[in-house]
Design a protein around this ligand. Structure first.
Ligand code: IPM
Ligand code: MN
Length: 627
């Protein structure tokens, strides 16, 4: 085996004399591991951190050639360093592992134990921290904290039972029918020692990171005794942390809610196997394993790795997304408590992910590993470069993004009710003169604003003014301002199909569209001032995205909620969205109570009086008691 590529610290890092230096064991591992590690470290170089990087070996080649995926020299390196950055490691089941051993090692009784499991158990790294954040819109931000040393991973996994185990299971009819040789058993080890330290870690993490809720994942309706044990420990330990609210949920329900309502979670604590599964699910909620970082923490050690595996099929192709590794490095920097926070690095990754111009295939782009890492490095060097794509003149104080759950509630409401709710709050929201081109459409999304400006038509060139569409996130509602022009178009069938495929919810043009018949057939929610066949390609160009747009005195800001149906289009300011949804829902309840009452023979004026028609946003409420 090749000697480890030792890399002197001075080659990579320009130290800051004042800070205490930290040493990091870097274990690139297998598959895409080395590529993402090297791309990420080149980027981190720009931070000039006082890090001494010491490279070492781990993984599949070590197993094949030495019969040990974590050689002694690597354990020694781990002992001598402050923490460890791990790329990715290939892990294979029993038979494949044995088959790939070099011939002289075969049949010598060596068993492959996943190196990451070895690190976690031998170094006592009991808490596996796997943050799940919405890089695009900040709509959710929770962390899975996975138990890392026991549970089903404890190693009590046998096929062919000895007497003691056989005596434990022999009464089960299936075991009886199979005999000890035909039965396998895995024990889920859960100890007070293991549970208590994990729960305390989870609570401390919640407090340190401003999370108010700690969800413990289990399956107490089936695993009754271990579930009861866990519950008792939670009840006891939660008393030490009165400010954190706790709950125990079934793992299947957590899987459902993680997809449907990720914003409801803060810290999610789970035993080893549940945590393994839920953290991949969390990665999926985030947009893929290419974005998911993790850290393995114990009382006397740590190592950091992306959640993704080694993806051997992708190795050496410069295709893997380096963002998971970059975010992992950020987590490591936080842990080392360095003066330059991981937050800078995270912000740079977020900016590149959001801009969507330099991203890998998994985020819909075509950039390679290196280019993405370089884009993050540029962003780190010049964070204001991002301001070029930021809202122009949006001077409103930053508001929290509107949760998709609120957008979806608004989407099913009639614009008439939403308009009544806005009226009740004194907010003008209707975009005048913009009408439905596709009958029956009803939708809501987060405003993505686009401004066009006219160009001199004399050169006749087409200008690709609509390329912005590549950057528009799913769940958006595109609002294009072309000054209300009806003399050329800003939207057509091609843009419709691109928007559709990107998960864009609809388009409102303060301007005009063409290809109306196709767009109707596609059922895409399109709203505009006019329709015309005249091309806009050589008559307008893109002036800005993400700026404020004003239509008839109503301002649309990026992130506001646009709600539209056959009645027209209106805009709900982001900071009032939840309140408006609430009021509009009450309006609808009041109106249906009135309609029902009239349907059963009550006079209209009486029904209106009874159900509070004067203030329908207060809901039918108490006045309906006698109905
Ligand atoms: C992970 C991985 C590992 C695990 C495998 C490689 C043993 O899936 O870190 O989540 O199951 O813990
Ligand atoms: Mn996993």
């Amino acid at each position: 085996m090749k000697p480890a590529p030792e890399q002197p610290a001075a080659d990579r890092q320009a130290p800051k004399a004042t800070e205490q230096r930290k040493s990091v064991a870097v274990l690139p591992g297998d598959g895409v591991g080395p590529e993402v590690v090297s791309a990420a470290l080149d980027t981190v170089d720009r931070l000039g951190l006082p890090l001494d990087l010491r490279f070492g070996e781990i993984g599949w080649e070590c197993w094949r050639q030495e019969g040990d995926p974590v050689p002694e020299r690597t354990w020694k390196l781990l002992e001598e360093t402050d923490t460890c950055l791990l790329g990715a490691i290939t892990s294979k089941p029993l038979r494949e592992a044995e088959a790939e051993l070099s011939p002289e090692l075969r049949g010598t009784g060596r068993t492959f134990v996943s190196p990451v499991i070895q690190l976690r158990q031998r170094l006592g790294l009991y808490a596996n921290i796997r943050p799940v954040t919405d890089l695009d819109h900040g709509r959710f931000d929770f962390t899975v904290i996975r138990e890392n040393t026991e549970g089903l991973y404890a190693g009590y996994d046998v096929h062919g039972l000895d007497e003691a185990l056989w005596n434990t299971v022999r009464d089960h009819p299936n075991a009886e029918a199979s005999g000890p040789e035909g039965t396998s058993v895995t024990l889920r080890l859960q100890t007070r020692f293991g549970i208590d330290r994990l729960l305390r870690f989870g609570f401390a993490y919640a407090e340190a990171n401003g999370h108010r809720r700690l969800t413990v994942v289990d399956k107490p309706n089936v695993l009754r005794h271990s579930g009861h044990h866990l519950r008792e420990r939670l009840e006891s330990i939660s008393r030490e942390y009165p400010d954190v609210e706790t709950e125990i949920l079934n793992v299947d329900a957590v899987a459902l809610w993680m997809v449907r309502r990720p914003e409801r979670f803060g810290v999610v604590v789970a035993e080893n196997m549940f945590g393994d599964i839920l953290s991949d699910l969390g990665a999926g909620v985030m947009g893929g394993l290419g974005l998911a970082p993790s850290g393995n923490i114990g009382d006397h050690g740590s190592y950091f790795e992306p959640v993704h595996g080694s993806a051997p099929g992708m190795a050496g192709q410069d295709r893997a997304n380096p963002m998971a590794m970059l975010l992992t490095v950020a987590q490591m920097l936080d842990h080392l408590g360095l003066a330059v926070p991981g937050e800078d690095l995270r912000a740079a990754v977020r900016a590149v992910a959001r801009a969507r111009t330099t991203v890998t295939y998994d985020l819909g782009g075509s950039a390679g590993t290196r280019r993405v890492a370089e884009a993050v490095a540029r962003e780190l060097a010049d964070p204001r470069g991002e301001s070029a794509t930021r809202p122009a003149g949006g001077e409103r104080a930053a508001t929290a993004p509107v949760p998709m759950e609120v957008v979806d509630r608004l989407a099913v409401l009639d614009t008439a009710s939403v308009s009544d709710a806005l009226d009740s709050l004194g907010i003008a929201g209707v975009l005048p003169g913009i009408t439905a081109r596709v009958p029956g459409a009803r939708t809501a999304g987060l405003a993505y604003t686009v401004t066009y400006q006219p160009v001199d038509t004399s050169d006749g060139r087409f200008r690709n003014a609509a390329n912005y569409l590549d950057e528009v996130p799913a769940g958006s509602f595109v609002v294009v301002d072309n000054g209300g022009s009806t003399s050329c178009t800003n939207w057509g069938s091609l843009l419709t199909s691109v928007a559709r495929s990107r998960g864009v919810r609809g388009t409102a043009l303060h301007g005009s569209a063409r290809d109306i018949a196709e767009i109707r057939t596609a059922g895409y929610p399109l709203f505009s001032t006019g329709a015309t066949m005249v091309s806009g390609k050589n008559r307008v160009e893109l002036a800005a995205t993400g700026g404020e747009i004003t239509v008839g005195g109503v301002t649309v800001r990026p992130g506001d909620v646009v709600v539209a149906d056959d009645n027209g289009v209106l805009v709900v300011p982001a900071e009032r969205a939840a309140e408006v949804a609430e009021r509009a829902e009450r309006v609808e309840r009041t109106e249906s109570a009135i309609a029902d009452a009239v349907g059963t023979g009550l006079r209209l004026d009486e029904a209106r009086r009874r159900f509070g028609y004067a203030k329908p946003w207060e809901g039918p409420g108490e006045r309906s008691a006698d109905a």
